[in-house]
Design a protein around this ligand. Structure first.
Ligand code: PHE
Length: 458
C-alpha cells in the first residue's frame, strides 16, 4: 500500500499485485471474521445461519466484489469520483459509503480496544485461566468499566490514525506478509485444539448442521449483513482499492480469492470458537463477548497456551487495524479528494470525531447498556444494525444497479476482458448482477428498514 500517497500529477499504482491483494484482503479479514462471525452464528441459530451466509456469499458476495474492483480500475478514482465519472448524480453512493465507514469505525474501535486490553493482559500472563466463570467476569468487569474501555478504544483509534497518517507505507505491507499467514496458521491450530476437546462434537453439530426451523427473517437479514461487513463491500473500499490497479492486472483472480480467503478465516474462527463453547460450558448465544471468554479457556488447555494467547491477540489486533485503516481511509480520502482538505488535519479531525461518536458504543457495554436509543437497541447495537443491515446493504444494492444497469454489465465485462483474459462466466455474472443481486438485496433491505421503523415506533 506504499503507493497510496498524495500525488497531484500522476495517479499512483500498487507497487505490486501482491500489495493490492494484501490491502484488500487486509481490509476484508478482520474482527468481522474472528469476532463477529462466531457470535453471529451463536445468536442466529448455528448451521442455518452458516448455510444462508454461503448462499448469499456465492450469489451476492462474489459478483459484487468483482463489480466493485472493476468499477475502481475502470475509473481510476476513489468511490465518490468513480460513481460521478460514470453518472453525475450517482456520486451520493460514494457519500453513503463515507458515512458508513464513519459509523462502523465508531463501534469497531470499541472492540479493537478490547483486543488491545486482552493483548496487554495476556502479555502479563493474566489470562491463563480455565474457569469459564472467572473468564466471564474478567470480560464483563473490563467492558463495563467506562474509563478503561474508552481509554483502550482511544488507543486503537490512535494506532489507526498513525498508520493512515504515515500513508500506510512500506512497514504495514511487509508486516502483512508475515502477520496474515501467521494468523491463518494460528487459528488452524486453535481450531484443532477446540474440536478435539472432550464434548466438542455438540458444538460442531451446532455449527455445521443446519436446523431449518431456525431460519427466520432476522437470520436472513443478519446473514446478508455479515456478508457485506466481512467482505468490506457496499461502502467503496473495494472500488477505491481497485482504482489503484493498472490495466494489466487480471481482476478475476483477486475477486475470487479474496472472498474465499475471507470465508476460510471466518469458518476456521467458528471452528476455533463454537466447539469449545459447548465443551467448556459457555453459552453460544453469549453475544459479543464470545471470542474473548472462550478462546483464553482454549489456550489454557493447550501446551504453551500463554505464549499462544498473546501471539494470537497480537495477530487479531493486526488484522483489526488493517480493516480499520480502510474505513478511516475512505472517510479521509473523501475530504481530501472532494473537499480539498489537508490530508493530515482531515485525518486527525475525523478520527477525533469518530472517537467522540464512538464513546457511547463503549459505554453501551457498561453504564449505558440500558440506554436504548432506538427500540431495544443501545448505541453499540444501533451502530452495528445501522451499518450492517441498512447502510452497507443499500450501498451493495446501489452498486449492483449501477454496474448492472447504469454503467452497464457489458461495459464492465469489456473492462474485465481488456487485459486479454477470457471471462468464461460472464453470462452468469451478468445475470446475477442485473437480475439476482438487486431484487434479493432489495427484499432483505426492505425488511431491515421495516424492522427499524418498528423499533422506532415500538
Ligand atoms: N471486513 C472488515 C472485517 O471483517 C470490516 C470492514 C467493513 C472493513 C467494511 C471495511 C469496510 O473486520
Amino acid at each position: 500500500m506504499s503507493v497510496i500517497k498524495e500525488n497531484n500529477n500522476q495517479r499512483d499504482k500498487w507497487a505490486s499485485k501482491l500489495g493490492f491483494i494484501l490491502a484488500a484482503a487486509g481490509s476484508a479479514v478482520g474482527l468481522g471474521n474472528l469476532w463477529k462471525f462466531p457470535y453471529s452464528v451463536g445468536n442466529n441459530g448455528g448451521g442455518a445461519f452458516v448455510m444462508i451466509y454461503f448462499i448469499f456469499l456465492i450469489l451476492i458476495g462474489f459478483p459484487l466484489m468483482l463489480a466493485a474492483i472493476t468499477l475502481g480500475r475502470k475509473t481510476q478514482l476513489s468511490a465518490v469520483g468513480a460513481y460521478r465519472s460514470v453518472k453525475k448524480n450517482w456520486a451520493f453512493v460514494g457519500g453513503l459509503g463515507v458515512l458508513c465507514g464513519f459509523f462502523i469505525l465508531a463501534f469497531y474501535s470499541t472492540v479493537g480496544g478490547w483486543v488491545i486490553y486482552y493483548f496487554a493482559k495476556s502479555l502479563m500472563g493474566g489470562l491463563s485461566i480455565q474457569e469459564p466463570e472467572v473468564l466471564g467476569s474478567i470480560f464483563t468487569d473490563f467492558i463495563s468499566s467506562p474509563k478503561e474501555s474508552i481509554l483502550y478504544q482511544g488507543v486503537f483509534l490512535l494506532l489507526t490514525l498513525m498508520i493512515v497518517l504515515k500513508g500506510i507505507s512500506g512497514g504495514i505491507e511487509k508486516a502483512s506478509k508475515i502477520m496474515m499467514p501467521s494468523l491463518f496458521v494460528m487459528i488452524i491450530l486453535i481450531s484443532i485444539r477446540s474440536v478435539t476437546l472432550p464434548g466438542a462434537s455438540e458444538g460442531l453439530e451446532f455449527f455445521l448442521v443446519p436446523d431449518f426451523q431456525k431460519i427466520d427473517m432476522s437470520v436472513v437479514m443478519n446473514a446478508l449483513g455479515q456478508v457485506f461487513f466481512s467482505l468490506s463491500i457496499g461502502m467503496g473500499v473495494m472500488v477505491t482499492y481497485g482504482s489503484y490497479l493498472d490495466r494489466e492486472t487480471n481482476l478475476l483472480g483477486p475477486s475470487m480469492y479474496i472472498p474465499m480467503l475471507d470465508t476460510a478465516v471466518a469458518i476456521i474462527a467458528g471452528l476455533a470458537t463454537l466447539p469449545a463453547v459447548f465443551a467448556l460450558g459457555f453459552k453460544a448465544s453469549s453475544g459479543p463477548g464470545l471470542m474473548f471468554v472462550t478462546l483464553p479457556a482454549v489456550f489454557a488447555s493447550m501446551p504453551f497456551g500463554k505464549l499462544f494467547c498473546f501471539i494470537f491477540f497480537m495477530l487479531v489486533l493486526f488484522a483489526a487495524l488493517t480493516s480499520s485503516i480502510s474505513m478511516l481511509e475512505v472517510c479521509v480520502s473523501y475530504f481530501v479528494d472532494e473537499k480539498g482538505a489537508n490530508r493530515r488535519s482531515a485525518s486527525i479531525i475525523i478520527a477525533a470525531i469518530i472517537y467522540v461518536v464512538g464513546m457511547p458504543a463503549s459505554l453501551s457495554m457498561g453504564p449505558w447498556s440500558d440506554l436504548h436509543i432506538l427500540g431495544s437497541l443501545n448505541f453499540f447495537d444501533f451502530y452495528d444494525k445501522l451499518t450492517s443491515n441498512i447502510l452497507l446493504t443499500s450501498g451493495g444494492l446501489l452498486l449492483s444497479i449501477f454496474v448492472g444497469w447504469i454503467w452497464g454489465a457489458d461495459n464492465a465485462i469489456a473492462e474485465i476482458e481488456s487485459d486479454g483474459v477470457k471471462f468464461v462466466l460472464a453470462p452468469v455474472w451478468k445475470l446475477l448482477i442485473k437480475f439476482v443481486v438487486p431484487p434479493a438485496v432489495f427484499i432483505v433491505l426492505l425488511n431491515s428498514i421495516s424492522e427499524l421503523i418498528r423499533a422506532i415506533s415500538g
